[in-house]
Ligand binder design. Structure first.
Ligand code: HEC
Ligand code: HEC
Length: 309
């Protein structure tokens, strides 16, 4: 991995998160997903030890890189240098209410502090109950699968997705065409749900495990380059800076999990951000990034994250 993108400069503590990752790459021409997969593991320069899943403060230095020189997200002028600088994290837990259901991502270190990013404090929903959510999830199963692992590429997997991101997304869909993520089929599904229903459903799906996908071997190289290093020439930041070294997302920051997701869905969402049909991303982050991605880069990175784990 070459570190030539400014976005990588979050300090050594942050870089430790990049130490280790794997990709399920399909052999060229493999017909059956998963039948001929290989795991590609790479390590960051400096052979830093892999960061453990425990809060990063235990092994990674807690001192974030100084960020005083980069302006906060809101003031970064579009078109100049990398558009959004996620504030280097203070490891202090953000005062965000978390649902009671188990979540695979709650151990992730928050990258953004709520004082920098006030949206993190909103919305406040009641704590979710995963078993109540399971009982309410039958209607969702038709498309997303009983455990949230949809088998249809156009319907996203929601198993193991970030709890708070699920809550946020469902609330946004519920606003219908007045909201920032209008999609008729999802609007129909959630328009009559209460906040409690939404919290319960999110707790249930977040407690499931997203099934891994694979990436065609021919797309690994470009996908990995964009995911880990971005594209300095066009101002694309490294996706890993927000979505995590393994695409696991960040629950407190509501950065969604990308790892394992259907490539068709991921690509479709990037196109929707680019066309500004989807505009629920704070500060237009994903709209901005998607504008800067070429079609080829979009396709490669969408496939890459599917096999990343
Ligand atoms: C008729 C099929 C269908 C049903 C039933 C359905 N969904 Fe969806 N769901 C979709 C589609 C299609 C999308 C992608 C929409 C878009 O492009 O924004 C989606 C998107 C989502 C997302 C956003 C995922 C992400 O990664 O951003 C969530 C969360 C979600 N659905 C939850 C649910 C829940 C909870 C239920 C049950 C109450 C449900 N869905 C029922 C088709 C369905
Ligand atoms: C500065 C942080 C940041 C960076 C860097 C970033 N993202 Fe995102 N991304 C977000 C946030 C925040 C969201 C959630 C937006 C929302 O709430 O609708 C998101 C959402 C997404 C989604 C929608 C996921 C879903 O389930 O619907 C995709 C796909 C995505 N990002 C891909 C990428 C790719 C590819 C890159 C690198 C080229 C990237 N992101 C870089 C912050 C970031």
């Amino acid at each position: 991995m070459e570190i030539k993108n400014k976005w990588m400069c979050f300090g050594s503590g942050f870089l430790l998160m990049f130490a280790s990752h794997c990709v399920r790459a399909e052999a060229p021409g493999a017909k059956i997903p998963g039948a001929e997969t290989s795991s590609v593991t790479s390590a960051s320069p400096g052979s830093a030890p892999p960061a453990p899943a425990t809060p990063a403060s235990s092994s990674a230095p807690a001192t974030p890189a100084p960020i005083g020189s980069s302006p906060p997200v809101e003031t970064a002028p579009a078109g100049s240098s990398p558009p959004i600088a996620p504030a280097a994290a203070t490891p202090a837990p953000a005062p965000v209410p978390s649902a009671s259901g188990p979540n695979v991502m709650t151990s992730a270190k928050p990258l953004v502090s709520p004082t920098v990013w006030p949206e993190l404090l909103l919305p406040s929903t009641p704590p979710g109950n995963a078993s109540a959510g399971q009982a309410k999830s039958q209607v969702c199963a038709a498309c997303h699968g009983p455990d949230g692992n949809s088998t249809v590429p156009a319907w996203p997997k929601i198993a193991g997705q970030s709890d708070l991101y699920l809550v946020k997304s469902l609330i946004e869909y519920r606003k219908g065409d007045k909201g920032n993520r209008f999609e008729p089929s999802m609007f129909a599904m959630v328009q009559n749900l209460s906040d409690q229903d939404i919290a319960d459903l999110a707790a249930y799906f977040a407690s499931q495990t997203m099934s891994p996908g694979t990436v065609p071997a021919s797309l690994v190289s470009l996908g990995e380059k964009i995911y880990r290093g971005g594209n300095l020439a066009t101002g694309v930041p490294a996706c890993a800076a927000c979505h995590g070294a393994e695409g696991e997302g960040n629950n407190l920051a509501k950065f969604p999990r990308l790892s394992g997701q259907h490539p068709d869905y991921t690509l479709d969402q990037l196109k929707k951000f680019k066309a500004k049909m989807r505009k629920d991303d704070p500060n237009g982050i994903m709209q901005d990034i998607s504008q800067r991605l070429s079609d080829e880069e979009m396709k490669a990175v969408s496939s890459y994250v599917s096999g990343l784990h």
